[in-house]
Design a protein around this ligand. Structure first.
Ligand code: UN1
Length: 489
């Protein structure tokens, strides 16, 4: 039985209630976790608030050293963490190892950032006066994480929040409570003092809501659905908290007639069916130039049918299950909608074989004859379903790729540098790849999207530090007299 971590102690939910997490590949129980309520969030925030003054005063390089140690410990436990992840959310081992590596990279980046953390030094408009900026911590951060990157995404949030001097309350998804528990254990071992990190497990509607509404939380960072994100923005925004949202995607890969088709096939297979299509960055639309459409589609279907599907713990597997029974049903509903709207080329069913029957597997599914306004071309499905749209030339391809309310990731395959640069300039997305799939962002670069994908913040790299800090501008006047900006000559 797993617990919450509040004020330096492992504790049950005050109500004593628990929920059970199961392995989506086997249907077996992984363990029970606290089904927490508002009162548990209150305790966690109180503890984080009390720990803030001391933690925020610790010199940055000292906090950086703790993050480096955390990175070292994750490295030491990389295989163990990857196996925990695969069991709790189903991704194949090769991918969960990458997920843990992304968390490690984030920790080491923070270690470097600790000795930079630059402000600006700016000339004043007046003589004998200087202007500087500092980045200051905000206070208590409320972090609400999804299940699809159980190591990387909590670390994208926790590590910069902590390095910046904030204390925190983490609420992982109910579908990925185990990895977070292990991450918190490693953070404690790294030397994070009592009260600085707090873990509260439980349902989003209760725990996430309590975090978003808590008066002592200064910044809320959330990754997940548009519906939940806009609810958080509503309640936390009303209380004037900073809110950073990373929401859905309906990412497209364009393949032009001059593209290297083999390369583009590898890209779309990885982008659409990696993580069983359950990434915000997953390729869910494939936009094919009419000249190569038929040939490319035939090649793609052939390769998709050969993907090895099964328990992610078996090394040779290429695609694991989807996260849950209900998610599989939601995917299947979209497939039924797709069958009405377009042509099903392959997949379209629950995947079964002797080993997979008690898990939640779904076949890699491809629709052709899709147009940009159909529901399967507009709505985020979060599963292994790809909508193929035929276009004529670059202008139409760009029009189609921009035709959704989302704008996270995007990709174009072409050998023509002019076409590539046109696309880079005109695509409405936070991330664009040229001759690479829509997935695979690196943690030292800004990550996030435009339009309904978010609210203007960028995780990753140096930009995430703007989410977790406030700028303080300082003017130092050493003239010894009153100088009036805008008035004195
Ligand atoms: C997500 O799906 O929310 O770029 C994150 C990628 C990963 C991160 C995805 N590095 O696909």
């Amino acid at each position: 039985m797993y617990k919450n971590y509040i004020n330096g102690k492992w504790v049950d939910a005050k109500s004593g209630e628990n929920f059970i997490k199961i392995n989506p590949a086997t249907g077996e129980e992984i363990g029970s976790f606290p089904y927490s309520g508002k009162e548990d969030v209150d305790d966690a925030v109180k503890s984080a608030k009390e720990a803030f003054p001391k933690w925020s005063k610790l010199p940055l390089p000292d906090r950086g050293a703790i993050m480096r140690k955390f990175g070292d410990l994750m490295m030491e436990h990389k295989e163990e963490l990857a196996r925990i992840e695969t069991q709790e959310m189903g991704k194949v081992l090769k991918e969960t190892r990458g997920d843990v590596q992304e968390a490690i990279d984030t920790a080491y980046y923070a270690f470097g950032e600790a000795t930079r953390f630059f402000g600006h030094t700016v000339p004043s408009e007046l003589p004998n006066k200087i202007c500087l900026t500092f980045k200051r911590p905000i206070g208590v951060a409320g972090l609400i994480a999804p299940w699809n990157f159980p190591a990387a995404i909590p670390c994208w949030k926790m590590i910069p929040a902590l390095l910046s001097g904030n204390t925190l309350v983490l609420k992982p998804s109910r579908e990925a409570p185990w990895t977070s528990t292990r991450l918190i254990e490693l953070l404690i071992e790294s030397g994070v003092p009592k009260g600085v990190v707090n873990l509260v497990q439980g349902p989003g509607g209760i725990v996430g809501e309590a975090i978003s509404k808590h008066p002592d939380i200064g910044v809320v960072s959330f990754t997940g659905s548009v519906e939940t994100g806009s609810r958080i923005a509503e309640v936390a925004g009303k209380l004037l908290k900073r809110v950073s949202l990373e929401l859905g995607g309906k990412n497209g890969q364009i393949v032009m007639r001059d593209a290297n088709l083999e390369l583009a096939i590898d890209g779309v297979l990885w982008g659409a069916f990696g993580t069983t299509g359950q990434r915000c960055t997953a390729t869910s639309r494939l936009i094919l130039d009419e000249e190569i459409h038929d040939k490319f589609l035939a090649m793609l279907i052939d390769r998709a049918k050969k993907l090895k599907i099964g328990n992610g713990l078996d090394e040779g597997m290429e695609m694991g299950p989807v996260i849950s029974k209900s998610q599989r049903e939601k995917i299947d509903k979209y497939v039924q909608i797709g069958k009405e709207e377009a042509k099903l080329e392959c997949g379209g069913n629950f995947y079964t074989d002797n080993k997979c029957d008690s898990g939640f597997f779904y076949e890699p599914t491809i629709f052709s004859g899709v147009n940009k306004n159909m529901r399967i071309a507009q709505e985020e499905i979060f599963g292994p379903v790809l909508a193929v749209i035929k276009v004529c030339g670059l202008n139409e391809a760009i029009d189609v790729i921009n035709s959704t309310k989302y704008g996270l990731s995007s990709s174009i395959y072409t050998q023509d540098v002019n076409a590539a640069m046109q696309a880079v300039e005109r695509i409405e997305a936070g991330i664009t790849y040229v001759n690479g799939p829509t997935i695979g962002a690196e943690c030292h670069l800004p990550f996030g999207g435009v339009k309904n994908t978010g609210n203007g913040h960028r995780e990753g790299g140096w930009t995430v530090y703007e989410i977790f800090t406030e700028f303080q501008t300082v003017y130092i006047d050493y003239s010894g007299k009153l100088q009036r900006a805008q008035l004195d000559d």
